[in-house]
Design a protein around this ligand. Structure first.
Ligand SMILES: C[S@@+](CC[C@H](N)C(=O)[O-])C[C@H]1O[C@@H](n2cnc3c(N)ncnc32)[C@H](O)[C@@H]1O
Length: 349
C-alpha cells in the first residue's frame, strides 16, 4: 500500500522563487519538531486514542500551550491529526514515532540530541574547510565523544541496532554466505547482522568486532541463541581486525570515514584474512544519475558534518579496494537500499 506523501510546502510558496526558497529554508523546524516529539514520547502518550493537549502535556512533562503549538504545527504535515480543537490522535506517520510500532523510528530520532544538532548547525565550518563540523564544535571526533558520554553511546548503539534490524535479514539473504567457516563482522555494532548471517549458515562461527564498550553491551547474538557460535571481540579497526576469517563483513561503517581511513581498515582486513577470503562491504551508495531528492544525498552531508566520511559510487569502491590490495569481483543490490561490494585479495596485492 502506498502512502500519500504530505505536502511539505504551502500554496503560498508557489507565489515566487523567493517565497519557495524561504519556506524550504525553514524546514529545519520540521526536522527538529519531529525529533522533539519523539524525544518526549508524544506518539506513545497518544496511543490509539484522541487525547487533549493538556493531558498529553501532563504525561510528557511539558508546557501545555507550547505542546499544543508543536502538535498543531506537526499536524499540518500529517504528523498527528488535530481531531477536534486541541485534541490530537496519531496518523500513519506519527504512529512510527511510537516505541511499539513495528517500524518504529523513535530510537533513530532520539539519538539526534542537542550534541548532534549543534554540529549540524556548524555545517558552514565543514563547507569552508572540508572538515568535520562535529569535531570542530565539540573538540573530539564523533566516536570518541560517544565513548566519553556513555548515556549518548547507549542511545546511539540502541538506535543503530533498531535501524539495522530493519535491513539485516534482507542483507543476509542477498549474499550467499554458505561455504564460509569464520565470518567476522567488522564494526558490527550489537550483532544484529551477524546473527542473521549465522542463522542462515549453521556450520559457520562468527566474530563480532567493534569497540570494547560497544561489544560489551551487544545482546543480539545471545538473544538469538547464538552465543556459542559467536565470539565478541573489542578492538580498534585502525590497528587490526581479528585474523583467520574467510569472510569479513563491513556494513554501514566505511561511509563514516575518509578514503585514507577506509584504505587502512580494508588493508587491516587484507592482512588478517585467509588467502581465499572475501571482504563484503555493505553501504548505501550515491544514486547515479542523481534525479531528485534522495536519502543517501542527505546521508552524504551527514557523514561530512559528523565524521570524516562520504557516500560513494561503485567506481570509488573499486579504487579503495585496489589501494588496499583487494579487487572487487561483484556488486549486488538489495531490496533495502544497500549495495554489497564483494572483494578478494588482488593477485598484485
Ligand atoms: C555506523 S555504525 C554501524 C554499526 C553496524 N555495522 C550497523 O550497520 O548497524 C559504525 C560502527 O563502527 C564502530 N566503530 C567506530 N570506530 C571503530 C574503531 N576504531 N574500531 C572498531 N569499531 C569502530 C562503531 O562503534 C559502530 O558500531
Amino acid at each position: 500500500m502506498t502512502l500519500e506523501k504530505p505536502a511539505l510546502l504551502s500554496n503560498d510558496a508557489n507565489r515566487s522563487a523567493a517565497h519557495l526558497i524561504d519556506e524550504m529554508s525553514r524546514l529545519y523546524y520540521l526536522s527538529r519538531a519531529i525529533h522533539v516529539a519523539a524525544e518526549l514520547g508524544i506518539a506513545d502518550h497518544v496511543g490509539d486514542d484522541t487525547v487533549a493537549a493538556d493531558e498529553l502535556a501532563q504525561s510528557a512533562g511539558t508546557n501545555p500551550e507550547a505542546l499544543d503549538r508543536l502538535l498543531r504545527f506537526l499536524s499540518a504535515y500529517g504528523i498527528f491529526e488535530e481531531a477536534a480543537p486541541v485534541q490530537y490522535r496519531n496518523t500513519k506517520l506519527s504512529a512510527t514515532l511510537r516505541d511499539d510500532h513495528p517500524q518504529s523510528v523513535r530510537a533513530n530520532m532520539r539519538r539526534i540530541g542537542d550534541f548532534w544538532w549543534s554540529a549540524v548547525g556548524n555545517l558552514e565550518h565543514s563547507i569552508r574547510s572540508g572538515e568535520s563540523a562535529f569535531t570542530a564544535f565539540h573538540g573530539v571526533p564523533f566516536f570518541r565523544y560517544l565513548e566519553e558520554h556513555p548515556d549518548i553511546q547507549k542511545r546511539f548503539d540502541e538506535a543503530m541496532a533498531r535501524i539495522s534490524a530493519t535491513n539485516d535479514a534482507a542483507i543476509a539473504d542477498a549474499y550467499d554466505f554458505s561455504g564460509f567457516h569464520r565470518i567476522v563482522d567488522v564494526g558490527g555494532g550489537r550483532g544484529g547482522l551477524l546473527a542473521q548471517i549465522l542463522m542462515r549458515v549453521p556450520d559457520a562461527t562468527g566474530v563480532l568486532f567493534d569497540q570494547p564498550q560497544v561489544v560489551a553491551a551487544a545482546t543480539r547474538l545471545e538473544q538469538a541463541g547464538l552465543s556459542g557460535r559467536a565470539e565478541p571481540m573489542g578492538g580498534d579497526f585502525f590497528k587490526a581486525v581479528p585474523d583467520g576469517g574467510d569472510c569479513y563483513v563491513i556494513k554501514g561503517v566505511l561511509h563514516d570515514f575518509n578514503d585514507e581511513e577506509c584504505v587502512t581498515i580494508l588493508s587491516n582486513c587484507r592482512k588478517s584474512m585467509r588467502k581465499d577470503a572475501h571482504v563484503v562491504v555493505a553501504n548505501q551508495d550515491l544514486p547515479t544519475p542523481i534525479a531528485g531528492p534522495h536519502p543517501n544525498l542527505t546521508m552524504d552531508l551527514q557523514m561530512m558534518v559528523l565524521l570524516t566520511g562520504r557516500e560513494r559510487s561503485a567506481t570509488q569502491w573499486s579504487e579503495l579496494f585496489r589501494q588496499a590490495g583487494l579487487r572487487t569481483i561483484n556488486s549486488l543490490s538489495t531490496e533495502v537500499g544497500f549495495t554489497l561490494v564483494d572483494g578478494v585479495i588482488s593477485e598484485k596485492g
